[in-house]
Each structure stands twice: as C-alpha cells, then as structure tokens.
Design a protein around this ligand. Structure first.
Ligand code: NAD
Length: 436
C-alpha cells in the first residue's frame, strides 16, 4: 500500500511512522516547511518516546519520506489520511474544520488516481459527508471513497497504542473504502487487534463518545476526591474499591487537577455543540465541562491556601513542578498548569517552574512564570512546592535536599505521588488530593 499522511503532528507523524514500520510506503506531508526540513534532517519536531528511532529507521529503509507538497505526496497513494488539527473554533467551541476542508479542496485539485480519503482527525458527525461533497465538486475523474478512522492513541504512549490498539474503528459507506482500509490495517488484523466496521457517522461519533466518557470518569473521581477531603476518606482507596468492579474498571480513576491536553477539553466542547445543533442535549457532558473548568483555578487556590491564603500571597515564591498536561509529552495544550500558574501570579506570587520537556511550549503561555533548568532551582527559597505533572523525575526527588533548599517545607501534591504519612514524618506540611 502507498499511504499519504496529510498533517505531520502528534497523530500524523506517529501514524505515518507506524504504518511505514508495518511495511507500507508512507509519505508524511505538512504545510509547515520548517517541520519537513527538520524531519528530513532526522530531528523530531515533537517529543514522543521512541519516535525518533522509529522515524529514523523507516526513513533509512526508504519506506518513510517527508514533503511540504501535497500534490507530490499524494501521487499514487491508495489511501490519503487527513490528520490536521481540529481545534476549538474561537468564540463558540465548535470544532474548527477549516484545516480539514482546506486539505479536502487541495486533494480534489491534485488527485491523480483512485484513492480512499480517510479522516483521522477528530471531526464532528457529518464532516465526512462534507469532505465527500468537496471532493465530488472538484470534478476529479477518479474513484474516491471517504472513510472515517478516528485515532485513539495517547500522547506519551503513542507508538504502543498505535501498534497494539484496543480497537480500530473504521466508518465506511462502501466496499472500496472497506477493502483499502482492511489492507492498510492488515498487519494489525494478523495481530488480532479488533477492527470494528461501522457507518461513517457512527464512527465519527464513537470518537467523541469515547473522549466524553473518559472525561466524565476523570471528573467523577475528582468530585469524589473533594468529597473525600470533606468526610475524611481516601480517594485512592475509593478508586480501588470501585475499580475492582469489572463493570467500572480501574483505569482513569486517578484524582488530580482536572483533565487537559489537546483532546478532552476541545472534544467535549465540540460534542456539546453537536448535541445542541441536533437538539439532543447531553447534560452529563455539560456538567463535566463546567466542573473541570472551575477545578483548574480551584487547584491554584489550593496552593494559595497552603501558603497562607490569597491575602498573604503577594511576594511569596512557589515552585511549580511539571507543566505539561501529563508526563512523557511536551504538549502544553489546555494543561491545568496554565490555570494554576495564572491563579498564583494573579495573586502576586512569584512562580518558578520546571518541566522536563514542556518549557519551550509553556513559555509563551505563561509569560509571568520564571522557567528554570532543574527542579531544585525552582525549589530554592520557595514558600511552597506544587507538583502539577507526575513526571518520574518528581517521584524521585531528593526530599532531604528539597527540605534544605525550600524556605518552608510546604508541598501541594496535585498528583498524589507521595505518601502523606511519609511526608509528614519527614516534616513536610503536605497536602494532596482527596486524602483527608
Ligand atoms: P498537531 O497540531 O500536532 O498537527 C497538525 C499538523 O497539521 C501540523 O503540523 C500542521 O502544520 C499540519 N497542517 C495543517 N494544515 C495543513 C495542510 N493544509 N496541509 C498539510 N499540513 C497541514 O495536531 P495533532 O495533535 O496531531 O491532532 C490532529 C488531529 O488528531 C486532531 O483532530 C486531534 O483532535 C486528533 N487526535 C489527536 C490526538 C493527540 O493525542 N494529539 C489523539 C487522537 C486524535
């Protein structure tokens, strides 16, 4: 199979490299020439564990190439994937589909043979119909099928997720689409990864339903954590106690500062908009979005409480450990750290932050925050230390050194990575999430 991947970001680059690793002939396309230049030089434009090796070995083997020219890249492709961004549209929360439609127009203009056009981007119900309309309107003489194939990989574990998925969802309306997609995913068929064929609209909705459900699970346990704090219970035991029930499952039941990232916030909002447009309200998801939004600043207030409250905060220093929305990525999109830092700087607190991979992306998002080159530089003279992202580096802090460096031994652990009893024994004033 020859595959073209339009958009070489987190999803496009990982998917393209994995397809090449399956043995397909893949061209990754991106309109960002500097990204293409870096990829051609063997430099990864994003941080994702294992990606550099995978890209380099497949590029060396001649199965993976990069270009900024869509016309060039889609030549002879059996399947053309659209993996561009679908951010929230400014102002109203609808998914902004302008990048997807621009790519569809360009494909229509340059298509040089029969092909299946696949939306891998997360797109609202009905987008495939519009992509099909655009392609047909282009007057292309070639046979096309438009297929939905949402992506479920997680940043930080993207390659494993792509190669060993829980399931592959393919929404196709005809045999041409189904046959080409079966070939594309044949190596995974052989691996016995479950493949679910559905209609195109169903497939588009599956992606949003999945993300909304996961966001609900996180928000549910976060609210249980708040309740635990009030009633003197332990949320980690509550998670275990409910998660052992197979109907509930143990995953996604870690209480924390609220969900963030490039997907859950924008996808839950977009689902609400679809539901509104079709006059079919999704009230549970509405509550989830509201609860999560207010939680992020509430976490900032939790840190303020630990240093004596809002009125006593001006001029104090807080060390923020972790900025990305989760570990093992450099992605800062909608990270809770942004709201936590903002709440602190709004109160006049000096924030010094360290993140192993996210600082470049974080700088423009939090201009008032001082970025430092290691956790201990942030901790020096701090009135409190707040752990926002559970990077391994923060699980292994030299706590004795922390104690010596900090002005006050105050720690707010928004990820529950330390044991309260141990921390108190060491002399820390330690607060965490949902642990009494
Ligand atoms: P991204 O911003 O990292 O990458 C998008 C890329 O598309 C950019 O490099 C951009 O330059 C390129 N692009 C935009 N317009 C283009 C055009 N006309 N021609 C060629 N290239 C173009 O985005 P991402 O995180 O990879 O997300 C892509 C899609 O996948 C989104 O719909 C997202 O919701 C979905 N998704 C993301 C994840 C994730 O974890 N990041 C997981 C599942 C699904």
């Amino acid at each position: 199979m020859k595959i073209a991947m339009v958009g070489s970001g987190y999803v496009g680059l990982v998917s393209g490299a994995c397809f090449a690793d399956f043995g397909h002939d893949v061209v990754c396309i991106d309109k960002d020439q500097s990204k293409i230049d870096r990829l051609n030089d063997g430099v990864m434009p994003i941080y994702e564990p294992g990606l550099a090796d995978l890209v380099t070995s497949n590029a060396k083997a001649g199965r993976l190439t990069f270009t900024a020219s869509l016309a060039e890249g889609i030549k002879g492709a059996n399947a053309i994937f659209i993996a561009v961004g679908t951010p929230s549209r400014r102002g109203d929360g609808h998914a902004d589909l302008s990048f997807v439609y621009a790519v569809a127009e360009e494909i229509g203009e340059h298509l040089a043979g029969d092909a299946v056009v696949v939306t891998k981007s997360t797109v609202p119900v009905g987008t495939g119909d519009e992509v099909e309309r655009i392609l047909k309107n282009s007057g292309t003489p070639h046979r096309i099928a438009v297929v939905s194939n949402p992506e479920f990989l997680r940043e930080g574990a993207a390659i494993g997720d792509f190669k060993r998925p829980d399931r592959i969802v393919i929404g196709a309306e005809d045999n041409f689409g189904r046959e080409i997609m079966s070939e594309v995913y044949r190596p995974l068929f052989l691996n016995e990864s479950p493949i679910l064929f559905t209609g195109r609209r169903t497939s588009e909705l599956i992606k949003y339903a999945a993300n909304a459900f996961l966001a609900t699970k996180i928000t549910f346990i976060n609210e249980m954590a708040d309740l635990c704090e009030k009633v003197g219970a332990n949320v980690q035991d509550v998670s275990r106690g409910i998660g052992m029930d197979n109907r509930i499952g143990s995953k996604f039941l870690h209480a924390g500062p609220g969900y963030g990232g490039s997907c859950f916030p924008k996808d839950t909002l977009a689902l609400l908009k679809t539901a509104e447009d079709y006059d079919s309200p999704t009230r549970i998801v509405e509550s989830v979005v509201k609860a999560n939004e207010s939680r992020k600043r509430a976490m900032g207030r939790k840190v303020l409480d630990a240093i004596g409250g809002l009125n006593d905060a001006r001029g104090k220093k807080v060390a923020l450990l972790g900025l990305t929305f989760k570990p093992n990525t450099d992605d800062m999109r909608d990270s809770p750290a942004i709201a936590v830092a903002q709440t602190l700087t709004d109160a006049g607190v000096h924030v010094a932050a360290y993140d192993p991979e996210g600082m470049e992306q974080a700088k423009p998002l939090m201009p008032e925050v001082e970025m430092v080159t290691d956790p201990y530089a942030a901790i020096a003279d701090a009135d409190a230390i707040a752990i926002v992202t559970e990077w391994d580096a923060f699980r292994a802090l030299d706590l004795k050194r922390v104690m010596d460096l900090a002005k006050s031994p105050v720690m707010v652990d928004l990820r529950n990575i330390y044991r309260p009893a141990d921390m108190r024994d060491m002399g820390f004033a330690y607060t965490s999430i949902g642990r009494g």
